[in-house]
Design a protein. Structure first.
Length: 229
């Protein structure tokens, strides 16, 4: 019966309600306390994927409750028997949270969990640590390249003649910056409460075209008035 119960428990795991998540963590530990090792192997991957998410939770009680699993001797034995499958799943979450979690109590619990995992299999622990650092470097390189590409796109956009008309939207009015006069010009769009939606790309293009036509017409009227006077 353990497998279908665990499947349902994980399927309906709460995502935004921390008190319910604490209840689910309590229920999960009670099931793991009596589960047979063979049954545990069938469900250990999804279970520890969920535990990894709980460890990373910004709600310190959820993270704390998940880390208390390492104080359970039977669960620790199950982890030890399946360390090669479970450590790669849980290590990134533990390592990341040890540096980024805001609660100091969590840091101590994570240190305890990492120490226990290292004692179980130090070689695998070092391999996971090395892999984590390599992936982090790749992620940093990717972010750097992405920023460089966006900078190139922006520089290319600046060469476009229409770049001088830059639109930015809010819910009540649409403004645009006419860089020829360096003025922020208001264009009322009469958004209602029932129609407060971000314009689509086509709508934005149409709005900018209309705005540009208004600027041209407005400038023409000003010049005509100056000529008449």
């Amino acid at each position: 019966l353990a497998e279908p119960v665990l499947q349902r428990l994980l399927k309906f795991w709460p995502k935004t309600h921390s008190p319910k998540e604490l209840m689910f963590l309590n229920e999960l530990e009670e099931i793991l306390d009596v589960i047979e090792p063979d049954e545990f192997k069938k469900m250990m991957i999804p279970i520890f994927k969920q535990l990894a998410k709980c460890v990373s939770s910004p709600h310190f009680q959820v993270s704390e409750r998940a880390l208390y699993y390492w104080n359970n001797e039977y669960i620790l034995m199950l982890i030890s028997d399946n360390i090669k499958d479970l450590l790669p799943i849980i290590f990134p979450s533990l390592n990341r949270s040890s540096k980024t979690h805001w609660n100091k109590t969590i840091h101590g619990l994570i240190y305890n969990a990492l120490k226990l995992l290292m004692e179980i299999n130090q070689k695998l622990f070092n391999e996971c640590s090395l892999k984590y650092n390599e992936e982090k470097l790749r992620e940093e390189e990717y972010m750097k390249k992405r920023d460089e590409l966006w900078e190139k796109v922006e520089n290319m956009a600046k060469k476009n003649p229409t770049y001088s008309l830059t639109a930015h939207f809010d819910y009540d009015n649409i403004h645009y910056l006419d860089e020829t006069t360096d003025k922020d010009v208001e264009f009322s769009n009469n958004f209602t409460e029932s129609n407060r939606e971000i314009p689509t790309q086509n709508q934005r293009a149409k709005m900018i075209t209309n705005l540009k036509q208004e600027v041209i017409a407005s400038n023409s009227n000003v010049k005509s008035d100056e000529f008449m006077h």
